[in-house]
Design a protein around this ligand. Sequence first.
Ligand SMILES: Nc1ncnc2c1ncn2[C@@H]1O[C@H](COP(=O)(O)OP(=O)(O)OP(=O)(O)O)[C@@H](O)[C@H]1O
Ligand SMILES: [Mg+2]
Length: 247
Amino acid sequence: MSGTAAIEAVDVSRTYHLDGVSVPALRGVTLTVSAGDYVALIGPSGSGKSTLMHLLGGLDRPTGGRLVIGGRAVSELSPPELARLRNETIGFVFQAFHLLPRTSAVDNVALPLVYRGVNARQRRERAAAMLGRVGLGHRLDHRPNQLSGGEQQRVAIARALVTDPTVLLADEPTGNLDSTTGAAVLELLEQLNAESGVALVMVTHDAEVAARARRRIAMRDGVVVADSDADSAASPITGSAGAGGGS
Ligand SMILES: Nc1ncnc2c1ncn2[C@@H]1O[C@H](COP(=O)(O)OP(=O)(O)OP(=O)(O)O)[C@@H](O)[C@H]1O
Ligand SMILES: [Mg+2]
């Protein structure tokens, strides 16, 4: 595999404990996300996609296995160290946009920079520039309820990218949008991946969307059942990817 590893998971598991019952949501996942990659994460409901995304982004910790984010082993980090690593390397976009409702678009986008110690004027400048990149330069002072769904998701994307992360984790980013708006958001994500080189890992239930990614990882019952990179040319989910080992 070419490229530097942005995130590395080796035999990672995550068991939830709920009212005395163990729920093994992930049961030994091994994968590498390379710098600049474009990965679609697919699989049935309950197969562990969101659980895996939370781990890859350092929002949660594995109960077993080894997880390395940006060259740092998660198990060796204190909670504040992990939070800082997350702020420096990861951007998140969720199905529900999770914007602060009483806060303007520009201040929502600037928020991750507060934790970086960036001063107020620079925060606003960088947030405004990022909103310009997602096509919302004319909506800086609108609050979320004054924006359409697609615009709100673009604000969330700008917020995820304002810190210049190496990986953008998007969990069903078009799930709450109509198909036209969803397609525009998807195009924006692909454009940002191509232009800025941020690795994109996206959960999707849409086979057509998954087909557009460079690489597809399929999960079932808490394990990876197919990875178009690892499986190479033999895999039926590799599609028409032309990067194969030559002839
Ligand atoms: N906080 C939790 N406590 C207990 N069990 C959980 C928790 N979160 C998820 N689970 C369980 O872990 C399994 C995997 O859930 P996860 O949310 O990762 O699935 P998913 O693939 O993202 O599904 P969907 O496509 O519906 O979003 C499911 O069986 C779920 O019920
Ligand atoms: Mg999910």
